[in-house]
Design a protein. Structure first.
Length: 203
């Protein structure tokens, strides 16, 4: 009633202004726009429920999977033999390169252990007059004496600068991280002397 009485007292021009203000106020209330005292207009954005976002994401993901399946089916239908179908369904994986590889004169060899050892050299007849090792094989270049508690007898080893060898002999002074390399002659053994070396225990 009060609104009507006010409107009656106003002239036509004033009524238009009042109506415009009322419409603007109603629009501001329904759209979420508010005006602050400092003249900056704020927008109240309604909160979006998390469930709605998750449902949308799931829907997009499902559509992507459907498209991928359709592409795969199309590729399979265009395949000419079983080998092509296998490549489509089971794509080739990256080639696996073992990390424990040492380069030897015979190519890359995998190893199970690597250790630093004190090395000496001996001649085939130093162990026994017959030149037979603890494993019963002839002592020669490529045979090394070890402590069986460190490197089991029969193990294949690689020693840079010496080559691949078999741990087939033992010695009274060879214990712990010590190794004795069999040489072909006295001069080689003397030249080698005593030194620290790296020993790779091959697989």
């Amino acid at each position: 009633m009060m609104k009507r009485s006010i409107m009656k007292k106003l002239g036509m021009k004033e009524r238009k202004y009042v109506l415009c203000l009322m419409v603007a106020g109603f629009a501001a209330l329904t759209t979420g726009f508010t005006s602050r005292a400092d003249g900056i207009t704020e927008v109240n954005v309604p909160a979006v429920e998390t469930a709605t976002i998750e449902e949308t994401a799931t829907e997009i993901n499902d559509k992507t999977i459907t498209v991928e399946k359709a592409q795969t089916n199309e590729e399979i239908s265009g395949a000419t033999d079983m080998e092509e179908i296998k490549q489509i369904l089971v794509p080739p994986t990256a080639e696996f390169t073992p990390q424990n590889i040492v380069e030897t004169e015979n190519g890359g060899r995998s190893f199970s252990a690597v250790m630093s050892m004190e090395a000496t050299a001996y001649l085939p007849t130093d162990g026994s007059a017959e030149g037979v090792t603890a494993m019963g094989i002839p002592a020669s270049y490529g045979v090394v004496a070890v402590d069986p508690d460190v490197i089991p007898l029969g193990s294949r080893v690689y020693i840079p600068g010496y080559g691949e060898a078999i741990a087939a002999d033992t010695g009274g002074a060879i214990y712990g991280y010590k190794i004795d390399l069999c040489m072909e002659n006295y001069y080689e053994a003397m030249d080698f002397g005593r030194r620290n070396i790296t020993v790779y225990v091959l697989d």
